[in-house]
Write a protein that binds this ligand. Structure first.
Ligand code: TXA
Ligand code: MG
Length: 448
């Protein structure tokens, strides 16, 4: 199939009227759109994205009248938010009407609706007699597209048409909000911040928090993710030779690393949002093995950026050996890699030659440096032990006696960890990370 890329709204409408799936620009990210009232057309979206049918889609409309025309009634809070934010990056969860096929809402009682603010897509929606069901135009779990070129890379030959609308202005997805037990809840933080919503509603709004813990071992909810390991949450990411490094803002002296990216030059979270996905797409294309991303400030849209990066992050563990290290050098490594906790997996937690690596010293000295320490020579249930210690994305290192990675921890052990979804990095004494083992699902086995 040939994939046309064009600004022609009429042509876009023709494809949609025929029940085809096309890509459309919005102010947040590009969407993969089809007639939202046609079961057959919507089904194609799921198949193209490889998305489970249990994950519902947003209906895109021209504005409030189009929502009412679908038989959806609007509570006061919805009217207030529509009045202030539409057309714009705010999605409302509202009671579904019978006109909307079950496939769109995955059988749920509510439907997600939003009016996107992009001139071409607005013109298209005004022209069409139906709403457009549209998820972000990426394969399920991958990085969302913010240019027509990103969409083309994913879906060339698979869809007939991409409506070319330039770079997406906001750069991350819409905020999703709905009511539960009389309270407004944000289900996905996005471009519109909680504070902006609270100002309109005049009441507190809550956020459904995202849990990084897998429900089933090996099933981490990785999403918005590049096809190489991404480690998020660095105060100051080390400039690793084999990594793409993403900094929130340029540091005072510019690093000479080849694959460094800056999200904001003006110290501004909106600017960072508009560059985030494009930067991750670039990192994915670079000849590097993994990606390190600096922590983003939490104000305003920063909350949404943190949410996306946490979901994009790869659960990871570090291994470190103490063999023949000077204590100061060992501490330097822990600081450089921002290690928050050490699990000592040595059978004998002492070292005759290097008394500093004995359990009692480690416990005390690490604690004084703000690093948690635990001796766990019994390797059964190691995954549960790690998950108990890690509340989120703190970096945990397993301490072994040997510095060399293959001797540092037994392969049986790394199998268990990779099966549980962890990617393992070894901290080499010469201040370098070595990507040691990754879960098969990351598709890196052959490269490492
Ligand atoms: O900015 C955006 O919202 C973009 C552009 C294309 O409009 N769209 C987008 O769609 O991000 P998608 O499918 O990638 O993400 C929509 C999210 C999903 O996490 C889905 O589970 C949730 O919205 N969602 C959709 N309908 C829902 C419903 N009825 N109840 C609960 N969650 C729903
Ligand atoms: Mg998406």
């Amino acid at each position: 199939m040939e994939t046309l890329v064009s600004k022609d709204v009429e042509m876009a409408a023709t494809f949609l009227e025929r029940g085809e799936v096309i890509a459309i620009p919005t102010e947040t990210v590009y969407g993969l759109a089809a007639n939202g009232l046609s079961l057959e057309a919507v089904k194609k979206i799921f198949l193209l994205k490889n998305r489970p049918f249990s994950d519902p889609l947003i209906l895109h409309v021209g504005g409030m009248e189009a929502v009412e025309a679908l038989g959806i009634s609007l509570p006061l809070w919805a009217r207030q938010l529509i009045h202030r934010f539409w057309p714009g990056p705010l999605t409302l969860l509202l009671p579904k009407s019978s006109l909307i096929p079950e496939i769109v809402t995955a059988g749920l009682p509510r439907v997600a609706v939003r009016a996107p603010n992009h001139p071409l897509t607005q013109a298209l929606l005004q022209r069409l007699p139906f709403p457009l069901a549209a998820p972000s135009a990426n394969p399920f779990g991958a990085i969302s597209p913010t240019t027509a070129e990103h969409v083309y890379r994913y879906f060339a030959g698979k869809i007939p048409f991409i409506l070319e609308g330039g770079e997406c202005e906001a750069g991350i997805e819409s905020t999703i909000i709905g009511e539960e037990n009389g309270r407004l809840l944000i289900y996905r933080p996005g471009v519109v911040s909680k504070e902006e919503i609270e100002k309109v509603i005049g009441e507190r709004v809550f956020t459904k928090s995202f849990s990084p813990k897998p429900e089933v071992p090996g099933q981490f909810p990785r999403h918005y993710a590049p096809r190489k390991p991404l480690l998020y949450g660095w105060q100051s990411p080390p400039l690793e030779p084999h990594a793409s490094v993403v900094l929130f803002r340029p540091p005072s002296s510019l690093p000479s690393h080849r694959y460094v990216h800056f999200l904001s030059y003006e110290d501004n979270v909106e600017e960072a949002a508009s560059r985030l996905y494009a930067t991750l797409h670039n990192c994915e294309q670079e000849p590097t093995e993994f990606i390190l991303v600096q922590t983003i400030p939490l104000d305003g849209i920063g909350e949404a950026l943190n949410d996306r990066l946490r979901r994009a992050a790869t659960p990871s563990l570090f291994t470190i050996g103490h063999s023949n290290h000077r204590w100061e050098d060992f501490m330097d490594l822990l600081r450089r890699y921002e290690i928050a906790a050490i699990i000592d997996i040595r059978k004998h937690p002492y070292s005759p030659k290097f008394p500093h690596f004995s359990q009692s010293f480690l416990q005390k000295d690490l604690y004084e440096n703000g690093i948690m320490y635990e001796w766990q020579p019994n390797l059964s249930n190691l995954v549960q032990k790690i998950e108990r210690i890690s509340k989120g994305y703190e970096r945990i290192a397993l301490l072994c006696a040997e510095g060399e990675p293959n001797r540092c921890h037994r392969f049986r052990l790394s199998d268990e960890l990779t099966q549980a979804g962890y990617t393992i990095f070894h901290i080499l004494p010469e201040k370098r990370l070595q990507l040691h083992r990754a879960p098969i699902s990351l598709g890196l086995e052959e490269r490492i």
